[in-house]
Design a protein around this ligand. Structure first.
Ligand code: HEC
Ligand code: HEC
Length: 312
């Protein structure tokens, strides 16, 4: 008899661990369910969230299902409500707005209170210090340096007790809101080189720097004369006038001539001569009233006055 069909045994017939045989390897139940769940999740995700690219655009999810609403500021400073499909930027804006609302409570307090009351309120000062630090590093540190210590020939130190434009809360506020621009005319047309040298010696004598005493004596007379008229702006004592922001020449603090750090007396002298000859017109701080909110300027005023340590 010819065998028509050969039955090929598919397994050896062995069984291990109750149900384990060759060719019988079902996936674990938990794995299967995990698969179904992720599968369903994917479909839902496509429906709800931006997912598939199409040409230059993408599917944005069923309209209205994933809307994010946030407050945005337009170019001309208006606050508008914007609603858009879910995306990282709108989520970020929403977070920022929430944080801004928390901050606003504190800013409102600063705005409503007097400088002195803000300064005396320990909790509020904690906020002033942290918000002030951020505002200062974002806007002021590029010129006044990270700690407000300033840089010779660039921007003044805000941590010392010397104030070119006055160190009261009100005057610091005026400085920040309205900006400042110091101007000293050049004297090369008005004075001879010899007179400029005499004046420079007098200026050095005011801060006990090495100088030629005889020349300084003539310089003294010139300083108070109508010709040079230095005293008009720098005061009869040479200690400056805050209305003009003219430098105090007696306090050993220098902004434009690096007298203090210059080691050689002749270099100190020539640096002062250079300023008298050419004048000064590059001490410019732009006004901030159009770039910062009033309460931010007020907070910065307290920060500069109290926290940078130079308030007086
Ligand atoms: C572009 C550089 C620059 C930036 C940015 C800048 N300042 Fe000034 N700031 C100056 C200069 C320069 C002066 C001195 C002006 C002068 O000599 O007439 C000055 C002066 C001041 C003074 C007066 C100091 C005194 O002794 O009276 C204060 C206070 C001040 N700045 C605070 C700030 C604050 C707060 C900010 C940030 C909101 C800021 N500045 C941003 C350059 C800058
Ligand atoms: C019209 C007013 C004016 C007159 C006049 C004037 N100065 Fe000044 N001077 C200033 C101002 C304002 C500054 C500070 C400029 C700034 O910070 O941007 C200054 C700065 C200086 C400085 C630099 C100080 C520093 O910290 O680096 C010296 C030095 C100086 N003046 C000397 C003189 C002498 C000497 C005369 C007389 C020949 C004179 N000035 C006349 C207004 C004047």
């Amino acid at each position: 008899m010819i065998q028509q069909e050969k039955v090929v045994p598919t397994t050896t017939g062995h069984t291990w661990d109750d149900d384990l045989q060759e060719l019988n390897n079902p996936l674990p139940t938990w794995w299967i369910w995990g698969f179904y769940v992720t599968f369903i999740f994917t479909i839902l995700y496509w429906l709800f969230f931006p997912a598939w690219p199409i040409g230059g655009s993408f599917t944005k999810g069923v309209p209205g299902w994933n809307d994010v609403t946030y407050t945005a500021t337009t170019v001309d400073g208006k606050q508008v409500q914007k609603t858009t499909h879910w995306n990282m930027r709108s989520k970020f804006m929403q977070d920022m707005n929430e944080r801004g609302a928390e901050q606003k409570v504190w800013f409102d307090k600063v705005a409503a209170m007097s400088y002195e009351d803000v300064s005396a309120d320990a909790d509020l000062m904690q906020f002033v210090n942290s918000a002030g630090k951020t505002l200062f590093s974002d806007n002021c540190a590029p010129c006044h340096q990270a700690g407000g210590q300033g840089k010779i020939g660039f921007a003044p130190n805000l941590t010392d007790d010397y104030w070119q434009y006055g160190g009261t809360y009100e005057l610091i506020h005026t400085t920040i809101a309205g900006g400042r621009r110091g101007y000293m005319p050049p004297f090369k047309e008005v004075l001879t080189e010899a007179q400029i040298k005499q004046l420079a010696n007098y200026v050095l004598s005011l801060s006990d720097e090495p100088h030629d005493a005889e020349a300084a004596k003539v310089g003294d007379t010139l300083f108070h004369s109508e010709t040079a008229a230095c005293f008009y702006c720098h005061g009869a004592e040479g200690n400056g006038r805050i209305e003009l922001g003219s430098a105090n020449l007696t306090d050993k603090i220098w902004l434009w001539v690096n007298v203090a750090d210059e080691k050689k007396p002749e270099l100190k002298l020539s640096a002062v001569e250079k300023v008298i000859t050419g004048g000064l017109n590059h001490g410019v701080m732009q006004p901030w009233e159009h770039r910062l909110q009033p309460e931010q300027i007020k907070l910065l005023t307290v920060y500069v006055h109290d926290s940078l340590g130079g308030g007086k």
